[in-house]
Design a protein around this ligand. Sequence first.
Ligand code: HEC
Length: 121
Amino acid sequence: MRFCDVRLPVAALGLLICGCAATGRLAREEANLPKAQVNARGLFLENCATCHGRDGRARTIHGRLLGAQNLTDRNWRQTTSTAAVIHAIQTGPGPMPAFGHKLSESEIEALAAYVRTLGGR
Ligand code: HEC
């Protein structure tokens, strides 16, 4: 039982972070597209939804384990700028992976704009 208590969650977390580190197919395909042509929702589902959920509410196992931000939260939305969202995607705050080298600049900008629409306009 002691093994399960400590090592299993740690191993699961390691796997989870490694799993999220690989660049997705859509991210590679759209890397050279201009921002307006990027499928931001598709990229969100591919790269972000495991933790933040398909709806951005972070009600997923990974999201709960890591404490992912609920992107629809009204207070968070009002106090967070688009620049801060872009910065977070590039650098990955806390346990969130950084996407600065996995996504192109236009993909990141399109994703940030998409994140801003979560929870309604
Ligand atoms: C492995 C899980 C995971 C994945 C994948 C992930 N995130 Fe996160 N994200 C987190 C966690 C955990 C936090 C909270 C980090 C903290 O504040 O310590 C977070 C925070 C954020 C924040 C809030 C930053 C702030 O300044 O308040 C934004 C925006 C965000 N993520 C966007 C995204 C986007 C967009 C993607 C996909 C490109 C993504 N995340 C992928 C786990 C993840």
